[in-house]
Design a protein around this ligand. Structure first.
Ligand code: FAD
Length: 344
């Protein structure tokens, strides 16, 4: 008899792990506090190795059939400089989380997984229980309160598949989605309390009058039903080894959104967990051995990437460092590729 696995959180990491385990016959229950479909604060830009994980789990073709579109170039804007559209070192995939999370939930159920929606796990994280409950909430980090906003819009003319706009308080990504929509998603910081986002989200996402971002969104028609926000974001790089809980996705460690790599890490960490959990389920490893094996694999895969991303995030919030980076990235193919390579 295979030992059952419980996964707390039916986001990308939890559902992908659930699918991988069900493909191998492991009994799995996913607890999800919310319902599907639902919008998530996310740039909806899948960059990096996660596409490989999806391919190995047989999910990539389905994702493309869902209408996920390829992003092949990106442009960057600051108040003082522009890096015009440049080819990305590898194509990214853009898809709405409204569609993606629901589709993964259906796949999990199709494979016989037990999905308990609208149920919040309040128990311990003991043997057989995996935490995939998303980001760790931290009211402030180094004196800053981080918050995220996202909305879908129409009538936005982009100069690249992905445009990143940097301002004094954060950055906004504009990403082409299927069906003529654009995802508008930003990460911001505030030294005082988080502002009233329900009231002022348009001002934050539109940027300062006269900026390239503001111009881009002049005629935008926002789909208000897609608006969502989160606060208390923690971007501290965390090691897996030594954590008491077995984690996947953001609950393991959240990478700065500017890398477009969080979803990738959710898929990758889920894939890494499949074999150790399968062996636990089949009684070949005890829980401590499983945790050790998985912790080592996650740290080998993610720690260097998380450190580079933390460095990049810091630089982007520091105007002189950001200006230097933009100047060099516009001229040096090696730096441009290196930034992607180290954070993917
Ligand atoms: C501003 C911003 C922009 C971003 N842009 C990008 C981007 O362009 N590209 C990219 O790759 N990544 C991006 N990300 C990151 C990406 O959204 C996350 O990395 C990804 O969603 C992580 O997936 P996850 O499954 O770990 O967590 P989530 O998707 O957050 O899922 C966690 C789930 O757990 C559930 N849950 C929580 N607690 C419980 C409980 N106790 N019981 C039951 N259920 C529970 C929640 O309801 C949720 O559904 C961005 C993030 C932010 C904040």
């Amino acid at each position: 008899m295979a030992r059952p696995i419980t996964i707390v959180g039916g986001g990308l990491a939890g559902l992908t792990l659930g699918i991988g385990l069900r493909q191998r016959g492991v009994p799995v229950t996913v607890w999800e506090a919310g319902q599907y479909p639902r919008h998530r604060v996310c740039g909806e830009f899948i960059s990096g190795r996660g596409q490989g994980s999806l391919g190995r789990l047989g999910l990539l073709d389905g994702l493309k059939q869902l209408g996920a579109c390829a992003a092949t170039n990106a442009a960057f804007f600051t108040p003082t400089a522009t890096v015009a559209a440049r080819p990305l070192p590898e194509a990214a995939l853009c898809v709405s989380r409204f569609t993606l999370d629901q589709w993964l939930a259906q796949e999990f159920q199709r494979l016989g997984g037990d999905l308990r929606t609208g149920e919040r796990w309040a128990g311990e994280y003991g043997e057989g229980i995996v935490r995939a409950s998303g980001r760790r909430v931290e009211p402030a980090a180094e004196g800053w309160r981080l918050f995220g906003l996202k909305v879908h819009a129409r009538d936005v003319r982009l100069t690249a598949d992905l445009e990143m706009h940097f301002g004094p308080d954060g950055y906004v990504g504009l990403c082409r989605l299927p069906d003529g929509e654009t995802n508008v998603c930003g990460l911001f910081r505030s030294a005082t309390a988080v502002p009233d986002l329900a009231l002022r989200w348009r001002d934050w996402l539109r940027g300062a009058a006269g900026s390239a971002l503001h111009t881009r969104l002049t005629h935008a028609r926002f789909d208000e039903s897609s608006f969502c926000s989160i606060a208390g974001i923690s971007l501290r790089a965390r090691q897996a080894l030594g954590q008491r809980e077995v984690c996947a996705g953001d609950s393991l460690s959240m990478i700065p959104p500017v890398t477009g790599n969080g979803m990738s890490m959710a898929f990758e960490s889920a894939e890494l967990a499949i074999t150790p959990l399968l062996r636990f389920s089949q009684d070949e490893l005890d829980w401590t051995q499983m945790r050790q094996q998985l912790g080592q694999a996650c740290d080998a895969a993610f720690i260097s990437r998380l450190r580079w991303a933390a460095w990049l995030q810091r630089a982007l919030f520091h105007p002189p460092a950001r200006a230097a980076l933009m100047f060099l990235a516009a001229r040096s193919e090696t730096l441009w590729r290196g930034l992607f390579e180290h954070t993917r």
